[in-house]
Design a protein around this ligand. Structure first.
Ligand code: MRU
Length: 344
């Protein structure tokens, strides 16, 4: 992705493997500081996922694949135990399970060489990047000149290594010279929209404005929003989709106001083993994230908070899924993505 650094433009993936170190753009420090976190063991990678140095479903999957590659170099580690530790980091993003299974299939259960594991992890990352690019190609036609788009959370390159899911069609449309505007929900409590999506769009010179999470209905009712595009963390077989908390209410508002609501995601986010949204595991995070804003307490002493990190949007609110195999209606998933074993 393009990164503007001190007047220069550089290119970085969100996460990459260099020799025996996994490097991450530290997403906790953005947009004010650009720093790289270095993981030298699968335990460091698990910490990076746990503490949201890396976040976003496909990027979490790639990080886990690289974590497995590090485990193959660690004399005291096995792929099985590394997989268990990495799997336990965050429960909602299906890409995490998908990537760990990919690595176990590619490397086998016996001892694997460090080179083979690194090659498999790199190949997983390359496939995710390619698939996100394809999501961009398949989705950019939805974006017309003069449109206003709403997005929630960060589903950009930071969340996927390159391109993004929801942001991929925007990147490709901008590359074709289309002019459009993006409303970015701030995304309390971790502010992925305000801090990360706005940073990515700004680096790409795509015009945008951050809005408070509770402002989207105002803009929708005023006919200021033409389309909503978000990412997803896990999509059930019937098309119910878990994404960052607050996505569900945006989808309901979009339906009420006649605005098409799309979810962009690669096949690694579609979970064939879960039928309905109710069965998707939802992460509950530390209430402190809600009680504080940028590390400063904003509530009276002694007041508690609740902090579900994701909600589920029922399929009936979703106009379509922008995937690498095309744009699919919820009722088309059964005969497409879920009809055959996904070969990666
Ligand atoms: O808690 P996060 O920041 O990992 O949640 C991320 C999201 O909800 C993204 O919108 C989702 O992973 C799609 S990313 C391509």
């Amino acid at each position: 992705m393009k990164v503007k650094l001190g007047g220069e433009i550089k290119n970085y993936p969100a996460v990459w493997l260099k020799d025996d170190v996994v490097k991450f753009i530290d997403q906790r420090a953005l947009p004010h500081e650009f720093t790289i976190f270095e993981a030298r063991s699968y335990q460091d990678v698990a910490e990076a996922i746990n503490t949201m140095i890396v976040r976003g479903a496909p990027a979490i999957g790639v990080a886990a694949a690289y974590g497995m590659a590090l485990a193959a170099r660690q004399p005291d580690a096995s792929l099985e135990s590394a997989s268990e530790v990495l799997f336990a980091t965050r429960p909602t993003a299906y890409d995490l399970d998908f990537a760990l299974n990919y690595m176990k299939d590619a490397c086998g259960t016996e001892s694997v060489s460090a080179e083979k594991a690194a090659e498999a992890a790199r190949s997983y990352a390359d496939k995710i990047i390619e698939r996100c690019k394809k999501i961009g190609e398949n989705g950019e036609g939805l974006i017309k000149d003069g449109m206003n788009i709403l997005t929630h959370c960060n589903a950009g390159a930071l969340a996927t290594v390159e391109y993004g899911t929801a942001l991929a069609p925007m990147r490709l449309a901008a590359g074709k010279g289309k002019k459009f505007f993006v409303y970015v929900d701030e995304t309390r409590p971790r502010l992925q929209g305000a801090k990360l999506t706005a940073w990515e769009l700004n680096n790409e010179d795509i015009p945008c404005a951050v809005i408070a999470d509770n402002a989207a209905g105002y803009y929708m009712k005023n006919k200021d929003i033409d389309i909503v595009i978000t990412g997803a963390d896990r999509i059930a077989a019937l098309g119910d989709a878990a994404n960052k908390i607050g996505t569900y209410e945006k989808a309901v508002l979009a339906k009420e106001n006649g605005i098409p609501f799309y979810i962009a995601a690669p096949v690694s986010t579609f979970d064939a083993d879960i039928q309905k949204g109710e069965d998707i595991p939802i992460e509950n995070r530390d209430p402190e994230e809600v009680l504080e804003l940028d590390g400063r307490k904003i509530t009276p002493e002694g007041v508690d908070a609740k902090n579900p990190a994701f909600d589920v949007t029922p399929a009936k609110y979703i106009e379509g899924f922008i995937t690498e195999i095309g744009i699919l209606k919820p009722d088309q998933l059964k005969d497409t993505i879920f009809s055959k074993k996904i070969s990666f």
